[in-house]
Design a protein around this ligand. Sequence first.
Ligand code: FDA
Length: 297
Amino acid sequence: MTLFDRVIARTLPAIPKSIVRRVANRYIAGETVGEALRVVAGLNERGIRATLDILGEDIHNLEQAQRAIDGYIHLVEQISRQKVEATISIKLTQLGLKVDPQACMEMADRLVRRARELNNFVRIDMEDSSCTTDTLRIYRELRKDHSNVGVVIQAYLRRTADDVSALEDLRPNYRLCKGVYLEPREISYRDMRVINRNFVYLLDRLLRNGSYVGIATHDELMVWEAFRIIRELKLPPDAYEFQMLLGVDEQLRDIIHAAGHNLRVYIPFGRDWYAYSVRRLRENPRLAGYVFKAMLK
Ligand code: FDA
């Protein structure tokens, strides 16, 4: 994290909402389900899949969690009605993980069940390290009854290789990413070279074990390594997919897709876009640098 990134993050609250909105527009597909599904339809026309995230996390009571779950159920129903190719991505803190983990588990179960009825898939995003153990426990619990649910693992956490061993019997459907939260050095790697090597190590291991992996990165070196492993293992295109965030490096996205690999774009949307953008930028000033560069472009 450079001084430049830190300065951008600190000054962010002083930037008028309209400017944050202009920058956020690139990364967020509007406020409503209708707006988000229009973005999905545009991507689908070009053969690109989507996963939708309704913004908003860390709620304070179960009524808020209930509203979040109702929103997601409405979303999977609209995806089905409009026949677009999109899964959903959820954050367990939005369903009350920090308020009542058992209630959170029950709400997630309800959502995954409804998604299964509609032939859809639910990805559980991974949040900061205070959520990792509970998230993996709830994932394991959900897998008892459902196969249409997957989880995210983060290459920057020192524990991830052990987590993968512990989950091996389930052969999970994973999303592998580097990890976006700022974590203490005792539990996470700080050196990007180590994070990258761990990413490649984990990817190789998961694909060899027959897990489906959503390879979530915009880092061309990681993409190159993924291509290498896929070629070495002679994997068919339905054994994995690449995943990228809306608005980030669309040129790389098109290169991957044109090379015949499946690609899914992660699409956040919702009324909470401003709070979400500011929170993300405060949490990780490195992102502020990306936003500023995007603004200059
Ligand atoms: P790296 O950080 O090295 O970035 C490579 C290049 O990509 C940068 O130089 C920059 O140009 C560009 N870039 C990366 N991120 C950008 C951004 N946000 N805006 C603009 N440009 C950007 N994390 C997590 O902890 N839990 C999760 O559940 C998820 N889920 C998730 C889903 C999907 C589909 C993706 C792509 C990513 C996530 N992440 C995540 C975020 C992930 O952990 C990671 O922080 C970012 O993807 C950046 O890492 P890269 O692999 O892209 O490499």
